[in-house]
Design a protein around this ligand. Structure first.
Ligand SMILES: [Zn+2]
Length: 226
């Protein structure tokens, strides 16, 4: 009763369209839930994520929940995740993809789920890593360990995208490093991120993980740019 009154005064809003949610709706309204562009058939092997990372990351399996289009509803969702402190949304999306992974032909046994780490300053401003809940929920669904202390981002690094791929690679290779290298050697890793556009961040993480003895990667993201 009190909860109903609270909801009447401060209605929970849909993370995509900001209309007030109905009682049974959770974080995303039914209309948007049906409109969200699900990333298709990620268990079939050769799809966009593989194409983006081809020749740059030795990839086992890769999955994404949505396609991302500028000004589309996934953009609102990612914005909510990053700038509105909507941590519950991150976990919710992880549960969603985790369930799809369990139901799919994704049969690789994952040992450790690692999130792409945030810049220290961003973390201070935001107070949370927007992929933390996403990674934790997937780890739970896959009975894997979630670890956000092994893969680190150097504090002085900036995300720079150069047109020349060689130059970009030189810049990003040492943005990330692994602490406690021996722990990851030979382990099956799932790296999680929010949005993949050029794949430069994932590539840089892969290079750091490679030096820590990780041969190939599995990747799960919230969205992939179309
Ligand atoms: Zn909505």
């Amino acid at each position: 009763m009190l909860q109903d009154f609270k909801n009447f005064l401060f209605p929970q809003l849909c993370a995509c369209c900001e209309t007030a949610l109905l009682k049974d709706e959770k974080l995303i309204c039914t209309f948007c839930r049906n409109e969200l562009p699900l990333y298709p058939n990620f268990f079939d092997g050769d799809h966009d994520l593989h194409k983006i990372l081809y020749g740059r990351v030795l990839l086992n399996q890769a999955a994404s929940l949505f396609y991302f289009e500028k000004k589309g509803i996934v953009q609102n969702l990612i914005h909510d995740l990053k700038y509105k402190g909507n941590e519950g949304l991150s976990y919710h999306l992880g549960e969603w993809l985790g369930e799809l992974l369990v139901a799919s032909k994704w049969k690789i046994k994952i040992d450790v789920v690692l999130p792409v780490p945030l810049h220290k300053q961003r973390f201070r401003e935001r107070g949370y890593n927007q992929v933390e809940g996403f990674g934790k929920a997937i780890a739970e669904k896959l009975s894997a360990i979630y670890n956000d202390t092994l893969l680190k981002r150097r504090s002085n690094s900036k995300t720079q995208v150069f047109k020349n791929r060689l130059a970009r690679t030189e810049v990003v290779t040492n943005h990330f490093y692994v602490e406690g290298q021996a722990i990851l050697s030979g382990k099956t890793i799932l790296l999680v991120d929010d949005l993949v556009t050029t794949g430069a961040t994932l590539e840089a993480c892969y290079l750091a993980l490679k030096t820590a003895g990780v041969d190939s990667l599995n990747i799960a993201t919230i969205a992939v740019s179309k």
